[in-house]
Ligand binder design. Structure first.
Ligand SMILES: Cc1cc2nc3c(=O)[nH]c(=O)nc-3n(C[C@H](O)[C@H](O)[C@H](O)COP(=O)(O)OP(=O)(O)OC[C@H]3O[C@@H](n4cnc5c(N)ncnc54)[C@H](O)[C@@H]3O)c2cc1C
Length: 426
């Protein structure tokens, strides 16, 4: 059998599995992708609601998402994106990055920000300069809140700038989040070229942006796709892998499933260290409240905070339908335990404070993703794409060496996993 004839199975059709499938198909490999759900997309997918295609949660991308944007270009859907200069906007802060080359965009952005005193602006600039001079590497990782205090960041600056930014990017409370992971996010956004910090919104839903064109592209290029097929058991017979009772034998296999499902699929296989590391990942929720008002809301920027610290953000989705917005609260917090009716009226009051009197509410829908992302803590385990099991690789956002759980982490991991597998074929 020649190298190109080797059959590769990918289990899991989230963005990581899709990215691996595209990369291997581009390299002319024979692949079969299994996805448990009826649609590809995993944790970044469209949901049908009252005749509208909304998302399980609005996904924000950054200009720094190089691998994701490369695949979106390949799939021809970049025209559905809305790219804007980053604006951190809320009742207590308005920080806009002007169209200037780095680092002037950040310097001018901070200098002209509303809601921060001059000592706070200096403290923020000092922190970034210090991280830059250390090449964005901390001597030792630490919980983000401790590290920010240790770096002399004023309390109000933390509440207004660092905490909302970190919660949105890491989906982890700052008391337990990794300061090093936050430094990586700053490196690739505010610390990079100006375009890296651009905020990229989707005008359409996530299926139309990525998973549907990917499915069409993969099929057109000869890949085999099985959606609605949850693989329950993997067997290795010395020559290759078999998945459930599918007749094919796969010389190589990629598990692009969530860590919990990966652990289940590894049952009975001799990988105690890997399973123990997978078991040490912990999870953070995201609560999304979709609101459909009977009339348009005037929102000056597609995303704005409704308060400081861990307050929810409102995301404008009126490209989909007039009056459609989503309130998003990232990471664990008191809101996760609150009664839904109370939370609804609290959040509507916050929205009203920002937007003025609201039109009548036509409908609302909660989407509470309990295991939205892994917790980006300092002590979280790290993974390699290649495992100790013969011809078995891992992909998924959690395998990215230093990113928090993001689309870019997922896509990058899928691409790197495919490349590592291809090198093993040489
Ligand atoms: C509400 C929400 C909001 C988010 N917001 C953002 C954001 O704004 N920006 C950002 O960059 N990131 C965001 N993220 C994170 C981002 O969505 C994830 O990091 C990314 O989608 C993870 O992709 P993945 O392919 O690694 O994993 P997954 O999407 O979990 O993919 C795993 C796939 O494997 C399938 N599967 C599992 N078991 C089996 C089996 N046995 N057989 C076959 N298939 C199986 C699953 O159905 C799933 O499709 C958000 C996540 C959520 C939940």
């Amino acid at each position: 059998m020649t190298r190109t004839e080797q059959h590769i199975a990918i289990i899991g059709g989230g963005w990581a599995g899709i990215a691996a499938a595209i990369e291997l198909t581009l390299a002319d490999r024979r692949i079969t992708l299994f996805e448990a759900a009826p649609q590809l997309g995993g944790r970044a997918r469209a949901v049908q609601w009252q005749g509208l295609s909304i998302d399980n949660g609005p996904h924000l991308m950054l200009g720094a998402y190089a691998e994701t944007l490369r695949l979106i270009d390949l799939l021809g859907t970049r025209n559905t994106l809305d790219r804007r200069r980053l604006r951190l906007f809320g009742p207590d802060l308005d920080l806009r990055l002007p169209r200037l080359p780095a680092p002037f965009h950040l310097a001018v952005g901070l200098a002209t920000a509303h809601g921060l005193s001059w000592p706070e602006k200096w403290a923020a600039a000092r922190l970034i300069r210090r991280l830059q001079s250390q090449n964005w590497k901390l001597v030792a990782d630490a919980p983000l809140a401790d590290w920010l205090h240790h770096e002399g960041q004023p309390e109000r600056l933390i509440r207004r700038l660092w905490q909302p930014l970190a919660i949105a990017a890491l989906n982890t409370p700052i008391a337990i989040a990794s300061a090093q992971t936050f430094a990586v996010v700053l490196r690739d956004s505010l610390g990079g070229p100006r375009a890296s910090s651009d905020a990229i919104f989707t005008r359409t839903n996530l299926d139309a942006l990525f998973s549907e064109p990917a499915q069409r592209w993969l099929k057109a290029h000869g890949a085999r796709l099985h959606t609605g097929q949850r693989i329950r058991q993997l067997r290795y017979d010395g020559d290759g892998w078999r998945a459930d009772d599918h007749p094919d034998r796969y010389e190589k296999i990629i598990l692009a499933t969530s860590p919990v499902e990966t652990t289940r699929l590894l049952e009975g296989h001799p990988t105690a260290a890997l399973k123990s590391a997978l078991g040490r990942l912990s999870w953070q929720p995201i609560v999304n409240l979709w609101l459909h008002f009977t009339d348009r809301l005037i929102l000056p920027y597609p995303m704005q905070a409704l308060g400081e610290a861990n307050a929810p953000w409102v995301i404008d989705r009126q490209e989909t339908a007039d009056g459609l917005v989503c309130l998003v609260a990232s990471a664990d917090g008191a809101h996760c335990q609150m009664d839904r009716d109370h939370l609804l009226s609290d959040w509507l009051a916050l929205l009203e404070q920002r937007c003025g009197p609201l039109p009548p509410l036509h409908a609302h829908r909660w989407i509470h993703e309990r295991r939205a992302t892994f917790a980006a803590t300092p002590d979280r385990p790290r993974f390699h794409a290649k495992t100790d099991l013969p011809n078995l690789w891992l992909a998924g956002d959690y395998t990215h060496p230093d990113y928090p759980a993001t689309l870019e982490g997922a896509v990058h991991s899928g691409v790197q996993c495919a490349r590592s597998l291809l090198r093993a074929l040489v």
